[in-house]
Write a protein that binds this ligand. Structure first.
Ligand SMILES: O=C([O-])CC(=O)C(=O)O
Ligand SMILES: [Mg+2]
Length: 210
């Protein structure tokens, strides 16, 4: 599963599928995860009774948690206790349509995180878990539990589980072609000639792959 999010995004474009999650960024360089999504949806509460992280004990090892707090950035849905617990549980990483805190703790625990922002005000008494393992919509992309979420330095991409092998295969071929272009340039070709030879400009263009 080592294809880049860039090539996965191009592969999705070529199939006319959505999946690239605009607005969500890596919190630090060098992180990468790929795995089945465990979805969590938050909702606002007025006053007391809300909290964050109640679902964490139920997430299986290897899953990538996707938290949808509707892009809200004025209070957290993730913090350092959660990063360290997730690490203990063997959870692959967390992608947040919202914000998180204690990011230095996540870094020292080596726990991978992606989010809209980082901000220190807690979501306790401000939000609560509304649903787990229900479909979520992020940036217009519907993501169902078990879809494959891949995240790296360039951001996060979701691929429907039923299309994963197809999308991964196309993305792998795109990675190979891009490598061949660079090899051709190293071998003395101009960029224009190398790109033309390998069909660079239409790698992501919508097409019939059959
Ligand atoms: O309130 C939060 O965001 C949760 C928190 O700090 C933690 O898990 O350490
Ligand atoms: Mg904390």
């Amino acid at each position: 599963m080592s294809v880049s999010t860039a090539s996965l995004s191009d592969a999705l474009d070529s199939l006319g599928l959505p999946g690239s999650l605009h607005g969500i960024s890596a919190l630090r360089p060098g992180q990468r995860v790929a795995g089945p999504v465990f979805t969590v949806t938050y909702e606002p509460v007025d006053g007391t009774g809300g909290t964050v992280g109640d679902f964490l004990d139920d997430v299986p090892a290897g899953a990538v948690i996707l938290i949808d707090n509707a892009g809200r950035t004025d209070c957290t849905v993730w913090g350092g206790i959660m990063s360290q617990t997730a690490r203990e549980l063997g959870i692959a990483g967390t992608v947040i349509n919202g914000t998180c805190r204690d990011v230095a703790v996540a870094a020292s625990a080596g726990y991978p995180l992606w989010s809209v922002s980082k901000f220190m005000r807690t979501g306790k008494d401000r939000v609560r878990v509304a649903a787990v393992q229900a479909p979520v919509v992020v940036d217009g992309v519907t993501i169902a539990p078990g879809d494959i979420l891949v995240a790296d330095d360039d951001g996060a991409v979701a691929v429907p589980a039923a299309r994963w092998e197809e999308v991964r295969g196309i993305a792998q071929r795109i990675d190979d072609v891009e490598e061949a272009i660079v090899e051709a340039v190293r071998g003395g070709a101009t960029l224009a000639a190398a790109r033309a030879q390998h069909g660079y400009h239409s790698l992501q263009t919508r097409k019939d792959h059959s």
